[in-house]
Design a protein around this ligand. Structure first.
Ligand code: NAG
Ligand code: NAG
Ligand code: NAG
Length: 308
């Protein structure tokens, strides 16, 4: 190919890149725990896996992940706008009735067309079932177990983000525009990302890894070490996601929406009182994801009851 040809190609690429960039900026706003929130959740979980479950997870990951689950935990956010995966969009959240501050599976777990089970709690149930069949050797060949692992890992993060179980009319805070310190944001994004980034930059020298290590320290021998067995407590793996969702909407009301109105400016006071909630929810998401993976992929003989 001639030089001018490759120059033309180059400018085409630059244009294509700019168009993609603009498209990315213009994507709908309802996203998930930021990349950082998901990465931390998955790192916390993977560090708590028992040897057999850890090995199964490593085997399910594609080679390029180098055995690191967190490298692919944001995959469900990357593909949700692809035509092939559009069905997965409603699996990232739950819309509950405005101001009710409660969650009810049969009332709230559906997509915008009313299709039952198409919400984050239903998705966790779905992918937990798929992975437990895989362990029992009856894996349904229609289902891709790598995808099941990535979806489960991602949705366990989302269900713990309080504003992912939010009010219907404001789309979980997405339509509540406000300022986070000096820049424009919205309430949903404050909980997905702003609080995490502000914590990292104000308290951990901009180093997310240090924030994550501090969360892990508080899980193993700190503030939460006495609570983790309670967090993991779950008689029926398939109904526990409902408990996590109920906790989220309750926190969303008590800490998320509380005192926030359209056009508000949130800063130090909101940040310092809410950051402990955010770090605790990331910790709970990670601890509980490891609990589920240890139970469905571990090698103890305990049978798992899978409802038909
Ligand atoms: C369950 O998983 C399958 C395979 O990914 C998917 O087609 C289906 O929509 C999922 N349903 C829910 C409720 O997650
Ligand atoms: C399973 O899904 C992953 C991610 O979409 C894909 O890369 C892989 O090729 C799939 N595996 C099979 C056997 O289809
Ligand atoms: C860990 O616990 C200490 C003591 O309660 C607290 O000050 C700190 O903010 C916690 N760290 C995180 C990341 O939650």
């Amino acid at each position: 190919m001639s030089r001018s040809g490759s120059l033309v190609n180059f400018s085409l690429w630059v244009n294509a890149f700019l168009v993609c960039f603009v498209l990315i900026l213009a994507l709908p706003k309802a996203e998930a725990w930021s990349k950082e929130g998901h990465v931390m959740t998955c790192r916390i979980a993977q560090a708590l896996l028992e040897p057999h479950a850890a090995e199964v997870v490593r085997n399910l990951l594609p080679d390029y992940a180098n055995g690191d689950l967190s490298a692919l935990c944001t995959w469900p956010d990357q593909i949700r706008h692809w035509y092939r995966y559009q069905w997965s969009g409603s699996l990232h959240f739950i819309d509950t009735p405005d101001k009710a501050c409660t969650y009810d599976y049969s009332r709230d777990c559906h997509d915008s067309h009313g299709l039952k089970g198409m919400c984050v709690a239903g998705a966790i149930h779905n992918y937990t079932t798929q992975l437990s069949n895989y362990k029992h050797g009856s894996s349904d060949r229609r289902h891709n177990m790598t995808e099941a692992l990535l979806f489960l890992s991602h949705f366990m993060g989302d269900i713990h983000q309080p504003l992912h179980v939010g009010f219907t009319s404001d789309e979980g805070g997405n339509t509540i525009d406000l300022r986070w310190f000096k820049h424009k944001s919205n309430l949903h994004h404050v909980w997905d990302r702003e609080i995490i980034l502000t914590a990292a930059s104000e308290l951990y020298g901009k180093d997310i890894d240090l924030l994550q290590k501090d969360i892990q320290k508080n899980i193993t021998h700190g503030t939460w070490s006495d609570d983790t067995s309670l967090w993991k407590d779950c008689d029926d793996l398939f109904s526990c996601p409902n408990k996590y969702a109920a906790e989220s909407i309750s926190l969303a009301c008590k800490w998320g929406y509380k005192g926030v109105s359209q056009g508000a400016t949130l800063s130090d006071k909101y940040f310092h009182s809410r950051m402990p909630i955010v770090t605790k929810r990331i910790a709970q998401g990670g601890v509980r994801l490891s609990m589920i993976l240890n139970r469905v992929l571990g090698n103890h003989n305990q049978e798992i009851h899978v409802p038909a």
